[in-house]
Design a protein around this ligand. Structure first.
Ligand code: FES
Ligand SMILES: [Fe+2]
Length: 392
């Protein structure tokens, strides 16, 4: 891997007509966007899996998606099948969703179950991942039911969010997310529930979706006819840079509805902040928490292939709003407007992807308002190639 990495890094730096890495490894007022190759190369994608997604804590779900004993959901993260389940004792667990026989996913989708029975040859597992049955296997002397549990993946929770880490040697979640957790504690997301979840698939590299959410430069232009109308000027906004590519900012922006008027009221945790209070915070590699005064709508971006991705939007409201009349109808208006706003972004980021894959693209200089993207890309390159490449 070491040889591949350095060869790849050198290639990106020197043999590439579409920009370089060093163009972003300088202060923002001298920086250019980075080489387009990182947005479509299979080698980069493989390195991202190795160095980022198989190493860092990843936010994968909300607590309330697997709330009762037996509730489960399945995911595939860069091709790796994962099973999340709440066991009979109420403990959340994550497993590699891979049968100990030939590796078939023991269950798909989401639901509530008493056990998992592999659909291929019928090996059975309890909710703690232990093998409880394997038809006709006793004659093979290698078979050991004690050693045939589903392999467990590290799991941690914070404010109702479930995180996993594929790396068994990783440090604690609390340490990794300490900045982010301190910044966002006041929102009390643990007192919110998921009201609606939106999955959006895109023909672009996952990083373009992440960057787009950090890009405050485009909002007044691209969204000028929609929610951008109700947003304060981005140049007046202070954006705080946090460790390992994180960011935190508060700003002025109305609730995410066509007229910018809430259908509820402020969330209790921020009752004193005014109707147009907004927050955005990034936790690398792929979680963006965005809130308005009346709800939270975090987004999690996932790579699918080097040139395709998908993301989930979690529309959440405080628990106490769920007791109100017409909740579903009101939530639907937030849901529909979110899709409308995101479609405005889709056309731009798909156009960006075409540019990345064009032989004629030359990365342009970065705007001051792209400070978060500059910060994020530098952390990303640190992770892929080490902090010293290419001679900062
Ligand atoms: S692969 Fe699961 S029982 Fe054979
Ligand atoms: Fe946007």
């Amino acid at each position: 891997m070491a040889i591949l990495e350095s060869d790849l890094a050198r290639d990106l730096e020197h043999n590439n007509a579409n920009g370089s890495i060093s163009s972003v490894r300088v202060p923002l007022n001298r920086a250019r966007h980075v080489t387009s190759q990182i947005y479509y190369s299979q080698e980069i994608f493989d390195l991202e899996k190795e160095k980022i997604f198989m190493k860092d804590w990843l936010c994968v779900a909300r607590n309330e998606e697997v709330e009762r004993p037996g509730d489960y959901m399945t995911l595939r993260i860069m091709g790796e099948p994962v099973l999340l389940v709440r066991d009979n004792g109420g403990k959340l667990r994550a497993f590699r969703n891979m049968c100990a026989h030939r590796g078939v996913e023991v269950i798909n989708g989401a639901g509530c179950t008493k056990e998992f029975s592999c659909p291929y040859h019928g090996w059975r597992y309890d909710l703690a991942g232990r093998l409880t049955g394997a038809p006709l296997m006793n004659e093979n002397e290698l078979f050991d039911s004690e050693k045939s549990s589903l392999p467990e993946i590290k799991l941690g929770t914070w404010a109702g969010w479930i995180f996993i880490n594929f790396d068994p040697t990783c440090g604690p979640l609390a340490e990794r997310i300490s900045d982010f957790a301190n910044d966002l504690a006041f929102l009390k997301m643990e007192d919110c529930r998921l009201a609606s979840k939106i999955r959006i698939e895109l023909d672009c590299n996952w990083k373009l979706v992440v960057e787009n959410l950090l890009d405050v430069y485009h909002v007044a232009v691209l969204h000028g006819g929609s929610f951008g109308k109700y947003r304060g000027p981005a140049e007046k906004q202070t954006i705080h840079m946090r460790k390992q590519g994180g960011t935190f900012t508060t700003y002025t922006s109305a609730p995410m509805l066509p007229g910018g008027q809430t259908l509820f009221r402020n969330m209790p945790a921020i009752a004193d902040r005014g109707p147009n209070f907004a927050v955005s915070s990034h936790l690398a590699p792929n979680l963006q928490v965005i809130t308005r005064s009346d709800n939270c709508h975090p987004q999690i971006m996932w790579p699918a292939t080097p040139t395709t991705s998908y993301f989930d939007v979690y529309i959440m409201f405080p628990n106490e709003f769920f007791a109100e009349r017409d909740l579903e109808q009101r939530v639907k208006l937030y849901h529909d407007y979110m899709i409308y706003a995101l479609e405005e972004d889709r056309s731009m980021i798909c156009s960006l992807q075409r540019a990345m894959e064009s032989r004629y693209y030359t990365p342009g200089p970065m705007a001051k308002l792209e400070i978060s993207i500059h910060h994020l890309l530098n952390d990303y390159l640190d992770r892929l190639f080490g902090p010293d490449f290419p001679n900062r």
